[in-house]
Design a protein around this ligand. Structure first.
Ligand code: 5GP
Ligand code: ZN
Length: 113
């Protein structure tokens, strides 16, 4: 997707503060952090949202979920963390490229606003 900001981050066109990258995913610090640690985990493949994940993306999704615990260790989130996916209009998704927010180093509240 030529006009997608996260595709541009994934292909290096736009720089990011990257914490992990491989051929399938890239993880980088959010530009507007909502917690002392706020990292975005995205597939390099353009998938618009969680609602548009396909059967063929099953393994990719599993890879992303398993990466969370590695990142949490690397980022020192020893006391827990929150993983968030905003999906669609009501979910307040602003970037239409699938991503998960990994937030930590502060006590989260529940329910979300
Ligand atoms: P959403 O609301 O779609 O779940 O979250 C999008 C997130 O992407 C927001 O937290 C926003 O701060 C972050 N973001 C948007 N553009 C950029 C960018 O160019 N670089 C980085 N690092 N984060 C971005
Ligand atoms: Zn994209």
């Amino acid at each position: 997707m030529s006009d997608c900001i996260f595709c541009k981050i994934a292909n290096g066109e736009i720089p990011s503060n990257t914490v992990y990258e491989d051929d399938q995913i890239i993880c980088f610090h959010d530009a507007d952090p909502q917690a002392p640690v706020h990292v975005l985990i995205i597939p390099k493949k353009h998938i618009p949202s969680l609602d548009e994940v396909k059967e063929e993306d099953k393994e990719l999704l599993g890879t992303i979920m398993l990466k969370v615990q590695d990142l949490a260790k690397d980022l020192g989130l020893d006391n827990g963390y929150r993983l968030v996916n905003n999906c669609g209009e009501d979910g307040f998704q602003t970037v239409k490229h699938l991503h998960f927010h990994l937030l930590g180093k502060r006590k989260m509240t529940w329910p979300p606003g």
